[in-house]
Design a protein around this ligand. Sequence first.
Ligand SMILES: [Zn+2]
Length: 509
Amino acid sequence: MPSPDAAALLTHPTAAFDAAWAADVRRRSPAERARWLDAADAATRVSLAARRNAVEVYRALADDVADDLGRDDARADARLRLLWEKDGRRDAIVARLAARATASRDPALAALAEVVAAECVAEAQDHERAEELLVALLARHRGAGTDVELRCASSLAEVYRRQGRDYETLILARRTLALAEARDRADFRAMAAFRLVETLAELDEWEAHAPALALFAAAMAQVGERAGEPLWFVLWAHRAEVAVREGDVEAADRAGAELEARCRRAPIGGQAHEWIPSLLARVELAAGRLDAARARLDAITADRARRTDDALRSELLWAPAARRPDVERTVATELLARLEQPPAGTRAAGRVLRATRELVAHFAAPPADPDALRRAYDVAGAAILERMAQLDRALRMVPELSVAEPEDRRTLERSRARFQVEQAAVLDGVASVLARRLGGPRAPLPDFDRDGRYLRVCAWCRRVAMANGTWLPVGHYLPSRLPSRGGLHLSHGICPDCIPTIVLPPALV
Ligand SMILES: [Zn+2]
């Protein structure tokens, strides 16, 4: 690219500012590099496209930008703020800049740099360290009502969301929403509403989901059609999901059509590549269009083993509607085997519970499969225990709860009550499966290793086996003993105290 001026930054497509260009501009003389930066400064005041190009210049000349810290604070401040606010990337370049800026004499800039540095740690997948940093920062800035406090709350909510820690996400998202409201920040409000809606759906909290979805829609309307494309997808996906759930075929079709139109306009990759067709298959099913649903499922991937859990769930709904018990059994077995694996990444307990509820219904229907049924109950029971432990952990550890909205408290109470009911239902189910089998050979309880991830629960008295051979009520066991991260495995059986109370054939006692 020839000598720089603001005009060059206005007219070039951002793609022209690539790695080769960056390497080239870094090799130029200090005077020429300064001209590039001046041109970028001027471009930031012109248009969104020009601002994007300016960001590329700042990134290419990050060391020069950093060198300006302390020399010309106002200019460095403006550049860094633009870079951090308008560019979502949190890579090594941004981490280096943030590290330099934390030493800035301007306390506001230094504080912002600390948040950005923590965001870089989160981006590098070190969620535990990122959480530690952000919790400490939030403690320092709590109540200040500043942009830094807002950004801290928002980023911490995102760290929790990525870890599948739904209650913490809920509380921090609601806190972010209140701060964004106070500071009139439409971008943060939209992100917070997005996290709220996603989390409430994950938790199966549909009562709270409806008002949150309305909030999300209002926030997106303010952000505008041209920004936040992925968030628009999510908004319409939730509308489709809710319509399917409520059996509102017309609304489901409308949302489905909107999603497809958006896919055509802006093809998206990654996860969405599968969850959108999988969701559209459920829309077709809700409308009774079995062939169309099948076509959607076939379009995902021919290889069932490579489908996501969500795609398998859609197929599990399709099979009985299409009277294909063979497919139904194969898919149910595949899904159960997957749910028994330790969660890869952040498979949230809410999703596991939803899937196991469907699996239990499937394996309990004639011809019942008691072995698979018990395995499904084991997975469901583990998910419930993990959920209750998560709830307790959130209540104990998140200081934001002291300023929690009444809606959050109601949601937490509802969750707790529901999981207690579900836990009882699962244990009743296991007890009935076991009782039916007691006439035949008794399935040996699995050998548990002692890494703390395995729990044995008595289906009759609802107590948990301890390593020392005693049995304690589930409530005593929770929450401190559950692994804080990673999967929990559960197996339901009968404790020695309960065996005499059940009438067994003598040979089995
Ligand atoms: Zn017992």
